[in-house]
Design a binder for this molecule. Structure first.
Ligand SMILES: C[S@@+](CC[C@H](N)C(=O)[O-])C[C@H]1O[C@@H](n2cnc3c(N)ncnc32)[C@H](O)[C@@H]1O
Length: 200
């Protein structure tokens, strides 16, 4: 279900609050230093921009939805944004960076598009880290029917089970964490740190 920016912000605030469950993990997994460039794919209305700018980083948000990019520009005008489809991303449109992340982004694109994006990213930026944070579809569905209904209602059509996230990201995954958002939300999140040469 597509939500207009205001309603979307309300839902994000209810589920994620001030992102205090996600932000420290994303930052730790990226191992980002002040002064570095950080790129968020699927940035929405820029909920992460302020945090990274306060860490002294140069933040770039990429999103395919003009309404969300406009909302992000209004919220945090000092940050940098690119209106683009991340599936067809031209990395030369962004400054060179070794820090990429997608917070609730990869479940918007299909398996082949995820693979193409990650292959392109690591081919052109072998030194990069990509941190992915996405919802986990309950499996089996009857173990968590409410979580399953919410997964089916989500705007992103590719909320995967834990097994499917692991299998999709396996070629690059060097660290993972499963985080419960209960009681805010009955769906857990899969955090994965991806690099071009994962530890096997
Ligand atoms: C659930 S929102 C997450 C927004 C933000 N990362 C956050 O956590 O607040 C997912 C975002 O991904 C964007 N998106 C979906 N498909 C995309 C694509 N192919 N390229 C760029 N952005 C995309 C949507 O427009 C939406 O803003």
């Amino acid at each position: 279900m597509y939500l207009k920016p205001r309603l979307y912000r309300l839902v994000q605030t209810i589920v994620h609050g001030d992102y205090s469950n996600s932000l420290p993990r994303v930052q730790r997994m990226l191992q980002i230093q002040p002064g570095e460039v950080v790129v968020e794919l699927g940035c929405g209305d820029g909920g992460f921009a302020d945090y990274f700018m306060r860490q002294g980083c140069e933040y770039w948000g990429v999103d395919v939805d003009p309404a969300r990019i406009d909302a992000a520009r209004r919220r945090f005008p000092q940050a940098n944004y690119l209106l683009a489809d991340a599936v067809q991303l031209r990395l030369d449109q962004l400054p060179r960076s070794r820090n990429f992340f997608g917070h609730l982004f990869l479940h918007h694109i299909d398996d082949q598009a995820c693979r193409n994006l990650l292959q392109l990213l690591f081919a052109q930026h072998p030194e990069a880290t990509f941190v992915s944070v996405d919802p986990i579809r309950p499996d089996p569905w009857f173990a968590n029917p409410f979580g399953t209904i919410l997964s089916n209602m989500d705007d992103g059509r590719f909320i995967r089970t834990l097994k499917d996230w692991r299998s999709l990201l396996q070629p690059w995954k060097c660290e993972e964490e499963i985080v419960s958002y209960w009681p805010r939300c009955p769906i857990s999140a899969y955090f994965a740190r991806l690099t071009s040469s994962p530890v096997v």
